[in-house]
Design a protein around this ligand. Sequence first.
Ligand code: 6PG
Length: 249
Amino acid sequence: MTDYEVLPTNMALAERAAELIYDAAREAIAARGRFTIALTGGSSPKQTYQLLAHATPEQMDWSKVFVFLGDDRFVPYSSADSNYEMCCELLLNHVPVPKEQIFPIKTDTATNAEAADNYAETLSQVFNAPLSGPPPALDMILLGMGDDGHCASLFPGMPTLSVQDKWMVPSPPGTLPPPVDRITMTFPVLNAARLVLFLVEGAKKAPAVRDVLEGGAAVNVHPSAGVQPTNGKLLWLLDHTAAERLSKP
Ligand code: 6PG
């Protein structure tokens, strides 16, 4: 049974997400001296990022935070479609996280395959983990879910869903507009995390939420069902509309 919490409003969801992020950061910094987190794109985390942008020093010690991206579109950072740009605008430009501890997926390469390989190399260096070994355990990975059940840039029916031997892969455009190539973390990286937190809002997500959380959805149909951390925890935060098809909302 996957753990989930239903929040009455989008603001309540953002407040709960921020609280969980502060707790995870505190714990990770106490245990390992730093907090590694992968941010997600989409609209669901935006309010959370805005709250984090106003975190007090007691809530978040940004000097010890290392920021990654779980996926991005293969577009320049200046593009309005860049997840990194959105994260900068709402969060990273407003907090004292050292620039050298922010790791966007570099998109100035010739292909998104090259961008994916480069980012895997970045992860390998930051975590001092050989690419030939198991993926590193990020302290926390934030994810959203699309109406079709995708997460990160892992889309239904795509070969990317069965990749086991790579940490990052290029992804063809999914069902989401705009139709641009993407780069994404793979299931092995997502499932190595200490905590994966889904942030899901809106009635359009309700059928996929039900299928993933209660319906035994196939990964090929609803990729979010493939996020099952091996040793870590998984928690879904749902607003009440996203939860409306659950048997116990
Ligand atoms: C992206 C995301 C993607 C997103 C979902 C949900 O690149 O946009 O990483 O996986 O999280 O599409 O998006 P919403 O929160 O906007 O519904």
